[in-house]
Design a binder for this molecule. Sequence first.
Ligand SMILES: [Zn+2]
Length: 113
Amino acid sequence: MHEMSLCESIVQILEDESRRQGFRRVLRVRLEIGQLAGVEPEAMHFGFEAVTHGTIAEGAALEIIDLPGAAWCLACSRTVAVTQRFDACPYCGGYQLQVTDGEQLRIKDLDVE
Ligand SMILES: [Zn+2]
């Protein structure tokens, strides 16, 4: 489950930020996760709770914002919506798709004190 190590890197970022910005506790983390990032939101919640134990983010709420996937279809010359990495184009049924959006995983903002 790679979500666990993703959560560990998030906590690392939070601890670095707390030193830089001088906050002592993280109350809420809003994460943007693209549909094509290959990340299971439920596993993120589970991992987050486990790895924040005993850190500045212990008890913090994790909010996940789902971002839709998009790809450029070479055959149709248009941007199409995709929900999985190896989806076919919904218009022509082809597989000449280049993913253009939906692979991100990033911290959008934090509530701290
Ligand atoms: Zn197409």
